[in-house]
Design a protein around this ligand. Structure first.
Ligand SMILES: *Cc1c(COP(=O)(O)O)cnc(C)c1O
Length: 376
């Protein structure tokens, strides 16, 4: 039992779905029904047979369509989530030195992996205060620029553009784990755009996907031939070869693949990126304008252009304990609004991924107002 007052929310203050977490995030109920209806045809069958290979093919084709990728960009996938991809990039994409924008927990981790790799030079790390993002600049020594589309720990997003003046040969690699599918991006601005399916893609974790330019594939092949030691599990060349055959190197979670494909179909059938980003923009508009008008809450990210449209971080003034609000919400079935632990702020963090109904965000703001009224 928790130590907060018992405050019961009436029906009109309850969203249709109470899941506002940043990952694993809300899975649409239709997806689960559809999964159930496949009964004996997918789960429990071989990933080397046509049924599952067709599913992988559909995911790869769907992503290519959603992101309007040029013909020569490839969709590659494998096991281990976005975290595994940092190690993959460290082995297979960074030739000698990388540059990292560090503005939170997730963006700092790739920089750390690169720093620890004995075969690489120390990376250049450009850091900014939590709640802001740094800006990349060209460095002739750097051969891979690591950007993060959306820093999930702080609710800051950045527009993805190739840093100006960088050499033709250098790669731009973007961790888009929480941004992909909810924020706009143009393929000419990146060489690798990688993510996992448990955020905007309303599926479960365990998989990574990477949208790769021909230049990034070429770099992978070049490093592979260089004689560098690469463990097979982290070998991007192996992943590329398997992806071309519509499979993964080792056994994937079929549930994750199925739900990812179902979400992709939902996104594409409703209008693609215009549909998904439209929903996220609407949710963001609702929550930030509520916070700006509020007497006791405000958006954590002060620069409105850096405020994420997929993850909102809302600060509360000292008289109100945000953790108590999160607990009372949880007691009412509204879950995962707690802030990112290590950020250590008096705030709520709310996911506004495409699956989340903007109307539910509206109801959530009213529920928070009601709780604050009754906490006084
Ligand atoms: C969630 C997240 C990750 C980690 O994803 P895993 O699939 O758990 O490895 C990495 N980067 C960002 C930006 C994230 O939001």
């Amino acid at each position: 039992m928790s130590d907060v007052p018992k405050i019961e929310l009436s029906k009109d203050l309850l969203p249709t779905d109470g899941r506002f977490g940043c990952g694993p995030s809300k899975v649409r109920l239709d997806t689960l029904t559809n999964l159930y209806n496949t009964k004996d045809s997918i789960l429990g069958t071989s990933h080397r047979q046509p049924t599952v290979k067709n599913l992988v093919a559909s995911v790869r084709k769907g992503l290519k369509e959603l992101f309007s990728l040029p013909e020569d960009y490839e969709v590659v996938l494998g096991n281990g989530g976005a975290t595994a991809f940092w190690d993959i990039a460290t082995f297979c994409l960074i030739d000698s030195k990388s540059q990292h924008l560090d503005f939170g927990e997730f963006s700092s981790k790739f920089a750390k992996a690169a720093k620890q790799a004995p075969h690489l030079k120390d990376p250049e790390v450009i850091k900014s205060e939590p709640g802001t993002h740094p800006v990349s600049y060209s460095n002739s020594e750097v051969d891979l620029y690591a950007l993060t589309h959306n820093e999930t720990s702080t609710g800051v997003s950045m527009e993805i553009v190739r840093p100006s003046g960088i050499s033709q040969d250098s790669l731009v690699a973007v961790d888009a784990t929480s941004g992909a599918g909810g924020l706009t991006v143009a393929s000419e601005e990146f060489d690798v755009y990688y993510f996992a399916p448990q955020k905007c893609f309303g599926s479960d974790g365990g998989l990574w996907m990477a949208l790769m330019s021909p230049k990034a594939v070429e770099r992978t092949m070049k490093i592979s031939e260089s004689g560098r030691f690469i463990p097979a599990f982290f070998d991007l060349k192996v992943a590329i070869e398997n992806s071309r055959l519509e499979q993964t190197y080792n056994t994937p979670s079929l549930t994750t693949l199925y739900m990812l494909n179902d979400q992709l179909e939902w996104m594409l059938n409703n209008g693609g990126m215009a549909f998904t980003t439209g929903r996220c923009d609407k949710s963001a508009q609702i929550i930030y304008s509520w916070a700006e008008k509020s007497a006791y809450a405000e958006p954590f990210v002060s620069n409105a252009s850096q405020r994420s449209h997929v993850v909102a971080t809302i600060d509360f003034n000292d008289q109100i304990d945000a953790m108590s609000i999160a607990k009372i919400l949880r007691n009412n079935g509204i879950v995962d609004t707690e802030p990112y632990r290590k950020l250590g702020r008096n705030q709520l963090r709310i996911a506004m991924f495409p699956s989340v109904e903007p109307d539910d965000i509206e109801v959530l703001t009213k529920a928070i107002d009601f709780i604050v009224e009754n906490l006084k």
